[in-house]
Design a protein around this ligand. Structure first.
Ligand code: CA
Ligand code: CA
Ligand code: CA
Length: 421
C-alpha cells in the first residue's frame, strides 16, 4: 500500500477534479484518503481495455507494487489492463502514478474497483420520458412515470444533469427529480433531451437520457399577417364565386375558424374553414367594407383582431377615374383662337393657368412635344407649333398636376385644351 512505500511530508496543492500532491523531497509525502482517484471497471473487461486517460505535463509511469503488474501506461497517458481482472472482483487495486516535473515529482494514487458487471452503478432504463406544461412557473416538476434513481451505487451517489439550462435537479429522500428553471414556451422548443449522470463512491459512473415533452397550452390566438385587405372585383362577377381569401396563422398549430362580424348589409359570406369570401347576391358598383375575425378551435377559444376587408365592386378601370374625379379633377378648360404663328418662339408664354389657391404649384403630368408648364402655371412654347403635324382636331391637350404644398392632401389635376385656328 501507498503508506508503506513512501514516507509522508505535506500536502501542497489540491485541484478540484484532479487530486495531486507535491513532493518536496522524494521520501516524504502526505496521502489523505479523499485524494484517491477511484475508478470502477467491470470484472469481464478484456486485456487492452483503456481504464483511464491520465493527463500530465511531465513524464509519467506506474510506481511498481504488488498489484501493478496487470497495468501499463501508454505514452498518450492511457492506463490499460494487460490481463484479465476478474480475480480482483471486489478487491480494490491500489496504483500510484508518478509524474516527473522539472522541479519535483508528483504522485497520484488511483484505486481501481473491479465490480461484477451485473452489480455496477446503472439506471434501470436507458431512456425515460417525461412532460411538463408550458408557462408553468420555474421549479415546476417534470412528470416522469418512473422513479429516477441509479441502482447498485456504493456509498454516496451524486447526480448531475446536462443537455439544457432550462432544467435542474432536485434531490429528496434519496430520489432525484427534474424541475424547470424558467417558464417554458412550447412554441419555442417542444422537446428536450437531457442526460442524467450518476457517480458513486467507488468511481462508478452511469447515465441515462430523459426526453421531456413540453405540453401545449392555448396561449396564441390566430393572427392575420395583414392589418387590412383590399380587393377589386368586376361588377359582372358570377354569383357564388370567390372574391378573395383571408388567412390567419395560429402559433399553437390550431386551425383557425373564420367569421364575418357586424352588420351583414353586403352580398358576401365567408367559408369558416378556409377564409374564402364568396359573392352570394347581386352587388352594386361600390366599395363594400366587411369585417373578418378568426378564432381557434380550442376551449376556451382565443380570438384574432377584427380585420377590415374592402371589396371594390366594378372594374378597376371604372374605379380609378371615379375615385380621381371624386377627389381631385377640375373642370376641363379650353383656350382657343391661337394661330400657328403665335407659337413659333420656344419659351414664349402663351397664357397662365387659373389658380384657386395662391400657393398652388403646377406641372405637366406627361411630357408634351409642343408646350412646357412652369410652376406658376405659365404655359410656354416648347417646339415651334406646326399646323400640319398636329392631330386631326388641330389641338394640343395636356393634363396638369396642381399641388398646394400648404395643403398636403390637395393634389388636383386640371385638363386644358389649346385650339389652334
Ligand atoms: Ca407558448
Ligand atoms: Ca401554446
Ligand atoms: Ca391557439
Amino acid at each position: 500500500m501507498m503508506g508503506k512505500c513512501l514516507n509522508i511530508l505535506r500536502l501542497n496543492c489540491l485541484e478540484s477534479h484532479k487530486f495531486r500532491f507535491k513532493v518536496s523531497t522524494p521520501w516524504m509525502l502526505v496521502i489523505p484518503a479523499f485524494a484517491i482517484v477511484r475508478i470502477s471497471v467491470p470484472h469481464d473487461i478484456p486485456p487492452g481495455y483503456s481504464i483511464k486517460k491520465i493527463h500530465s505535463k511531465g513524464q509519467i509511469n506506474i510506481v511498481e507494487n504488488d498489484q501493478s503488474s496487470p497495468f501499463v501506461l501508454l505514452s498518450d497517458g492511457s492506463l490499460i489492463s494487460v490481463s484479465k481482472l476478474s480475480d480482483f472482483t471486489d478487491k480494490p487495486i491500489d496504483l500510484v502514478i508518478q509524474e516527473e516535473l522539472e522541479d519535483r515529482v508528483e504522485l497520484q494514487p488511483i484505486t481501481i474497483h473491479v465490480r461484477d458487471r451485473s452489480n455496477m452503478l446503472s439506471f434501470p432504463k436507458l431512456k425515460y420520458h417525461g412532460y411538463i406544461y408550458e408557462n408553468e412557473p420555474l421549479n415546476s416538476l417534470v412528470e416522469i412515470g418512473d422513479i429516477l434513481a441509479a441502482e447498485n451505487g456504493v456509498g454516496n451517489v451524486t447526480y448531475s444533469l446536462s443537455g439544457s439550462k432550462d432544467f435542474s435537479l432536485l434531490r429528496k429522500d434519496g430520489m432525484v427529480f427534474v424541475v424547470s428553471t424558467k417558464e417554458l414556451d412550447r412554441e419555442t422548443q417542444k422537446q428536450y433531451s437531457l442526460i442524467l449522470n450518476a457517480t458513486d463512491s467507488y468511481g462508478g459512473i452511469a447515465s441515462t437520457i430523459i426526453k421531456v415533452n413540453v405540453k401545449d397550452v392555448n396561449d396564441n390566438p390566430p393572427l392575420f399577417p395583414k392589418k387590412s385587405y383590399e380587393w377589386n372585383v368586376p361588377l359582372e362577377t358570377p354569383l357564388y364565386s370567390k372574391v378573395g381569401i383571408v388567412k390567419a396563422v395560429d402559433s399553437d398549430g390550431d386551425k383557425p375558424v373564420y367569421n364575418l362580424v357586424g352588420f351583414n348589409n353586403h352580398p358576401f359570406v365567408i367559408v369558416p374553414q378556409t377564409g374564402e369570401i364568396l359573392l352570394m347576391s347581386e352587388p352594386e358598383s361600390k366599395a363594400y367594407s366587411v369585417l373578418v375575425q378568426a378564432h381557434d378551435d380550442r376551449s376556451p377559444k382565443l380570438f384574432s383582431d377584427v380585420i377590415p376587408v374592402t371589396i371594390m365592386v366594378g372594374t378597376m378601370e371604372e374605379n380609378k377615374p371615379l375615385r380621381r374625379q371624386k377627389r381631385s379633377t377640375r373642370q376641363t378648360r379650353t383656350y382657343e383662337h391661337f394661330l400657328e404663328s403665335d407659337g413659333n418662339t420656344p419659351g414664349k408664354v402663351m397664357f397662365r393657368l387659373d389658380s384657386v389657391h395662391p400657393d398652388e404649384v403646377f406641372s405637366l403630368e406627361n411630357e408634351s412635344r409642343w408646350i412646357d408648364v412652369d410652376h406658376n402655371g405659365d404655359v410656354k412654347v416648347k417646339e415651334p407649333w406646326d399646323y400640319e403635324q398636329l392631330e386631326r382636331e388641330k389641338t394640343i391637350d395636356f393634363w396638369v398636376k396642381i399641388r398646394a404644398p400648404q395643403q398636403p392632401d390637395h393634389e388636383k389635376i386640371n385638363r386644358a385644351h389649346c385650339f389652334l385656328s
